[in-house]
Design a protein around this ligand. Sequence first.
Ligand code: SAM
Length: 214
Amino acid sequence: MTFEEQRRQMIHEQLQARGITDGRVLAAFLKVPRHLFVPKEAQREAYADHPVPIGCGQTVSQPYMVALMTQLLRLQGHERVLEIGTGSGYQLAILAELALEVYSVERLPELATQALRRLEQLGYLNVRITAGNGSLGWPEHAPYDAVIVTAAAPQLPQLLVDQLADGGRLVIPIGPQQAQTLTLVEKHGTALQMKEITSCVFVPLFGEHGWPPE
Ligand code: SAM
């Protein structure tokens, strides 16, 4: 099967079959070449129904989890979005297809550099990446219409809430390191509406507003 055929199968069997219905999200998954975001030796696994190691002890999340988190953000195309945990840059490429400007913070400089190079090679012009502690957000470009955290936090990081625009959506795995609850947070003025979506397992978000560094 070609990589495009594998993408179509992934969309049909892993995403649509589990309730991903946002047409723009599905189109982004068809377009973004996920196999270019994993190491060469892992390319044959790129479209499989599980996370894939990307080096530095990190993973790119399962396609369904990337799609679910993205769909929860309800992006229409005009938004400024912040991602915490760039990893391979795959989630960021999906976001770049769906929003106006996307920003991402990665703790490990090696991954940040690789992701930036990859996204440049693919021609994304609306993406900015920085290496640093994403548990503090990226205040220079706030407020964000949507924030997505792709590492697990012990509780909701207040600084990320502060950087969310009124009416904004934030999606984040919250809970102990072994297993978390994917949580959708919506900000309405000073009020926060929190909704538990599903259980999940992510690598830890390290830093002052995450877990203490190892
Ligand atoms: N979104 C990524 C992708 O599409 O490949 C996958 C992210 S991976 C599951 C989690 C990432 O969060 C790792 O790359 C890890 O280094 C990063 N991370 C952990 N703590 C962080 C922090 N405080 N700030 C920024 N990134 C962090």
